[in-house]
Ligand binder design. Sequence first.
Ligand SMILES: [Zn+2]
Length: 399
Amino acid sequence: MSLPALVDPADELTIDEVRRYSRHLIIPDVGMTGQKRLKNAKVLVIGAGGLGSPALLYLAAAGVGTLGIAEFDEVDESNLQRQIIHTQSDIGRSKAVSAKESVLEANPYVNVVLHEERLDNDNVLQVFEGYDLIVDGTDNFATRYMVNDAAYFLKIPYVWGSIYRFDGQASVFWPHSGPDAPCYRCLYPEPPPPGMVPSCAEGGVLGVLCASIGSIQVNEAIKVLTGIGDPAVGKLVIYDALELEWRKLKVRKDPSCALCGDNPTVTGLIDYDAFCGAISDEAADAAVGSTISVTQLEHMLKERDEGTRDFVLVDVREPNEYEINQIPGSVLIPKGDFLNGSALEQLPSDKQIVMHCKSGVRSAETLAIVKGAGYTDAVHVGGGIVAWVNQIDPSQPAY
Ligand SMILES: [Zn+2]
């Protein structure tokens, strides 16, 4: 179903702009009017990361007049495998500033607005206000639900995308465009259970997948802004890079949706961290009083070497993570083996169990399982191997 153009055309294009956008202007569906709509458009991109990088560059090149960039992070070397808006010389610099410079190199006629703050309930409505459309490139569930709800309250359409390893998804959420148009909560009413979803850093992503999904997001943004084609409102686009397969599923509006349904229960911004829970209640309970620091672990390992203490240090990450770095003297038993119960057979019953993962979330989950199995003196390492590399052994690579 086609929808009316979201943005009115600007008064005119300059001679330079006509030259620059000539390959758009000679497409009848876009034409002078469509390009003037893009010039008048104000688009906010959340995150100048994997999805935000290609999205910002193509939105800029396409001639979107005002581009907002909401990003608070700094460029890290591990970003460069996919976040192509940043380069080697940007490492350690503000991502927002780095992205702005690249956007202006791509197209100096773009007005760039930076929002260098972490989006939260206190600022999100203020940041969104005044934009015609939002492109969501966030990588965590708490922010995703907040973006969905804030966009709904402000009646702003947004283009959502997500990436994981070789799989990508995208859709346009614009519940105010029609009675059947769903929101993100209609598709995913509940966030996945805590501990079940690895973060992007833990899960990994094929760099080029960001370009596939980011360009789909820009494609949909241009269609919504200019009113051409059939935007993915009420449709979920699924991409499998390994099979090279695109699928399109229908997403129905859920009449019982907590946000956009007939009897909404979410009528204002909620506590999204609590809603999405980075860590389960069981894991949080297990970790209380049973969390050691990496400094304590270093001391314990020294005592173990001297023969005055004995314990088993279990790394609950995945084998491919263990290949990157290890805490010396650890044994690898991935979290999945704790979930299916097979790990417990491998643990000695007469020794203390010390567990660690990358950052301390997965090890808290496994701690709950091990304590439940009777290892009452089990502990886990707060901050995981990230803290170990930062504070104890910087010679090891981080990831
Ligand atoms: Zn909904």
